[in-house]
Structures are given as structure tokens and as C-alpha cells.
Design a protein. Structure first.
Length: 271
């Protein structure tokens, strides 16, 4: 599943074509994705000017002068394509601009979603209302984590995947951040002390920032809107490296399953 860096990379790629543009044609090529497209999607977006783009957690935001924001989620296999010569079977939403560009939402597995949300109530939209702070924002600090994790018996790995604790973190970057912070993913979240949390916050911020700079991680179907692949996967220290030597101490990386998700870690470096 595309995670926060992949969505951020996607939004930045779309902004080159959409920011300030007017949508002159909007086409839906099926009834919906994971759920139906909004019934008024074409009517609201056709003729609208894009006033900006953004991201919240793993959702992309396309703001318009109609007072409504198109919120998209890439699901498991979604990505945007820029100016394709032809439309394919899995191209489900088409946006054409007054600048002559065509942006196409492609989602073979159709686990993504598209919604229209009133700008004035965006923060309180159900999918956003309970989200925790953004990983790169000032609100994520050791004090926030200490309060949010106090008394929690669930593992630190699973708590970091809880979007109410930190918005947008996914499996890849939690595994990488925990290694950098030297924290055992099996440890109860409430037992992670202050010094470890003080290491964890910059580890999260750094790994997310590095992944965005690298264009995300190309896993399975993900690519940027212009077709470029993300290269952060070349820098993985722990994710998907079971049996390979730790990049810090050469101890073989271990893999376990937590909450139905794979976790990779170094038993020597992570305590």
C-alpha cells in the first residue's frame, strides 16, 4: 500500500499540472472504487479551478474554488498517470485541464477511494477527525508520544501503526524508524521510556523526510505521476531483509508477525 511518502510524492507531482489550473473535463469510467464516486463529482469539478493541493495522513487533497475538496486515497495499487497516450482498463477517473494536461487515476485492485468534502468542515470529516499529528509537524514530539502511549500494553510497533497516535505512518517506515531509534518492536508501548521516545521522534521524521526526497518506495504498483519510480527501497536497513545482515552490527535481521503484519528487526540493535 502506498504510504505517506508515496502520497506526498504523488501530491507534489500532481501540483505541477493542477495547481492553479481549471478543470475543463472530468470523466468517471466506472461507478466507483472501494465505494461509489460521489454522485455530483463530475458536476462539482467540471469548470472548477484548483486552488491548491495537500495531504493529510495517507490521503491526497485537491482543493477547488467551489468550496469543496476532492480527497483521494490510493488504496493498495492506485496511482495517478500524467498525459497518457491512451486510457487503459484500470484508468477510472480522468481530469483534463485548461493547460492541455490529462491526469488519470489508475487503480487495478480498486481499493482506493475518491470523496468530495466541504472545505469548511475538512478537519472534522470522519476519516480525519480522530487522526493524530502529522509525522513531520511540530505537534509530534516525545511529550505527545509519552501521553498517547501511557499505560498501553500493545506493542510499540502496533501503536505506531494506529492512525490516532501518529497520522500516516505505515509498516515500512515504522520498521525503519524503530531500528534507527534502537527500540524493540515487541516492547509494550507503555514501557518505552522517555529517552527512547526522544530518539524515536527524530527517527520518524528523518526516515519520512528521506523517503519523500527519494520519491517514495517502489513496491509492486507504485510510481510517481510522471512514471518515475521511488528509490527509497534501495536504502532499507531492515524492511523485507529477513536473514540479511543488519547494516549496523551484521546480526541477521529477524521477521515476525504482529497484528497480521510482518515486522523486521535486529535483536541486537533494538532493545
Amino acid at each position: 500500500m502506498p504510504e505517506l511518502p508515496e502520497v506526498e510524492t504523488t501530491v507534489r507531482g500532481l501540483a505541477r499540472y493542477l495547481d492553479g489550473a481549471r478543470l475543463i473535463r472530468v470523466q468517471t469510467r466506472r461507478a466507483g472504487l472501494r465505494r461509489p464516486f460521489p454522485v455530483d463529482l463530475v458536476q462539482v469539478l467540471t469548470g472548477a479551478a484548483v486552488t491548491g493541493l495537500g495531504r493529510r495522513a495517507k490521503y491526497g487533497l485537491i482543493h477547488t474554488d467551489r468550496g469543496q475538496t476532492m480527497v483521494f486515497h490510493l488504496g493498495m495499487s492506485g496511482r495517478w498517470r500524467t498525459n497518457p497516450d491512451e486510457l487503459g482498463t484500470h484508468d477510472h477517473l480522468v481530469l483534463e485541464t485548461d493547460g492541455g494536461h490529462r491526469l488519470v487515476l489508475c487503480d487495478p485492485r480498486r481499493f482506493g477511494s475518491v470523496d468530495l468534502v466541504m472545505e469548511a468542515g475538512l478537519d472534522q470529516w470522519p476519516a480525519f477527525a480522530a487522526l493524530g499529528p502529522e509525522p513531520l509537524g511540530d505537534a509530534l514530539d516525545a511529550a505527545h508520544l509519552k501521553a498517547a502511549l501511557k499505560g498501553r500494553s500493545a506493542t510499540i510497533k502496533l501503536m505506531l501503526l494506529d492512525q490516532r497516535i501518529v497520522a500516516g505512518l505505515g509498516n515500512i517506515y515504522v520498521c525503519e524508524a524503530l531500528l534507527r531509534a534502537g527500540i524493540d518492536p515487541r516492547k509494550a508501548a507503555g514501557q518505552v521510556g522517555g529517552p527512547a521516545l526522544a530518539r524515536l521522534v527524530p527517527a520518524i521524521k528523518t526516515v519520512i523526510a528521506e523517503a519523500i526526497e527519494a520519491g517514495g518506495s517502489t513496491l509492486r504498483d507504485f510510481a510517481q505521476p510522471d512514471g518515475e519510480l521511488g528509490y527509497f527501497s534501495k536504502r532499507f536497513d531492515v524492511y523485507d531483509r529477513a536473514g540479511q545482515p543488519c547494516t549496523r552490527c551484521s546480526t541477521p535481521i529477524q521477521r515476525i508477525v504482529q497484528g497480521g503484519r510482518s515486522t523486521w528487526f535486529c535483536a541486537k540493535c533494538q532493545r
